[in-house]
Design a binder for this molecule. Structure first.
Ligand code: HEM
Length: 364
């Protein structure tokens, strides 16, 4: 750092030696010239606050050549100052009063060169604190969740949101345009509890599919949804048939569930075939297939109704006491399929389709 250490040190020591705690005068000047900052102070006693400021300035003088130390220490202080409600426009006020207090304290030892050296040094100090403050604000805004955000947007932006919505049976895939607070009200849930749950589930390193290239998104849909759905539906159908064959006489047996699964399977297989044979090739070729998207969106609504049907047929996936292992595994598997299918529909409705429709219409 090329700050004029000699001038800074001699004026600071002169001021402190002559006037004792030069920071006393600094606070007097600050509150006199900018009374609006007074309410921000008061957590610490005035004496303590003055001592801390003086010690910090001395420590900074001792580390003027250590860029890393300065960045870390002052950046950290800038972050803490955000919680004191200090805003960027206040930094020049503090600089002005601090330099005025030093000038008064150093008296005839003070020269324009000292003023210049302090202005430069304060600029560096304040810049590093402000960088920390900015980072703090950016992190806070990226982790905060507005109750007015829609379920769909949260499911796009927050890795854990769809898991939380699924847990509380909030439909984020086909009716995701409703706000979090409205959805919570309908279900009698506390919106703040939900926000805390979403934040706790957040995995900061998980993939943001709204920012991924479209071919990668399509590959993800094929590998992580289409292939597993095909395997899973066949497996669940087999299990449902076994449960009905063995436990059909029991009143709690979900009779007819296997036929419902077979219908859902057929519809889903047809739907995925349309995506694989028509939609995805068009999208990958750079087209904007509006009509196929409308058809598929309509089919998504039907899938959501099917999921409701399956759940109602299978006692809300709550197995009765007499349920055997297969029966229990069947309900667990269906609940898992429901979660994955909702995630799949959500990715298409709220990420893939809007991105494709944003493309410029092709000339006819
Ligand atoms: C380069 C500039 C600054 C330096 C070196 C500095 C230094 C400090 C230090 C060492 C503390 C005490 C330790 C702590 O709580 O973090 C503190 C607290 C504080 N500072 Fe600053 N500060 C600076 C800028 C500002 C600005 C621009 C304001 C806005 C008015 C401000 C307002 C406060 C407040 C309100 C507190 C808490 C005091 C209390 O709780 O009573 N500071 N500052």
């Amino acid at each position: 750092m090329s700050l004029n250490e000699k001038l800074l040190r001699e004026s600071f020591h002169e001021a402190v030696e002559r006037e004792g705690l030069v920071t006393t005068r600094f606070y007097e000047l600050l509150f006199e010239r900018y009374p609006q900052v007074k309410p921000l102070f008061g957590r610490k006693s005035t004496a303590e606050q003055q001592k801390m400021l003086q010690e910090t300035l001395l420590a900074v003088l001792d580390h003027l050549d250590e860029g890393e130390w300065l960045t870390e220490t002052l950046g950290g202080m800038g972050r803490v100052h955000v919680s004191y409600e200090v805003t960027p426009e206040m930094y020049p006020w503090v600089g002005e009063c601090l330099i005025a207090a030093l000038a008064e304290g150093a008296k005839d030892c003070w020269s324009p060169a000292h003023a210049e050296a302090w202005e430069e040094a304060y600029g560096v100090l304040a810049g590093l604190m402000l960088a920390g403050a900015e980072a703090e604000l950016a992190e806070a805004s990226s982790t905060s969740i507005a109750p007015t955000a829609t379920l769909a947007s949260l499911a796009v932006e927050r890795a854990g949101a769809s898991r939380v919505f699924h847990r509380h049976r909030l439909d984020f895939c086909c009716h995701g345009e409703v706000s979090l607070e409205a959805a919570c009200e309908t279900r009698g849930l506390d919106v703040n509890d939900l926000i805390a749950e979403i934040q706790a589930e957040d995995a900061p390193d998980s993939r943001r599919w709204d920012e991924a290239p479209i071919p990668e998104l399509i590959e993800h849909i094929l590998n992580d949804f289409h292939t597993p759905h095909r395997e899973e539906l066949g497996r669940l159908l087999g299990m449902a048939r076994r449960v009905e064959a063995v436990h059909g006489a029991k009143a709690s047996c979900p009779k007819g569930l296997a036929d419902t699964i077979a219908e859902v399977e057929q519809e889903l297989l047809n739907h995925m075939a349309k995506e694989e044979q028509v939609l995805f090739p068009h999208v990958l070729a750079g087209h904007r297939p509006v009509v196929p998207i409308q058809v598929l969106e309509q089919e998504h609504l039907e899938h959501a109704e099917n999921l409701e049907r399956l759940r109602a047929h299978a006692h809300d996936y709550d197995p009765p006491a007499e349920a055997c292992g297969t029966w229990r595994a069947l309900y667990l598997g269906l609940a898992q399929l429901e979660r994955e299918l909702m995630e799949h529909i959500h990715l298409e409705n709220h990420v893939l389709f809007p991105r494709v429709l944003e493309r410029r219409p092709q000339p006819v």
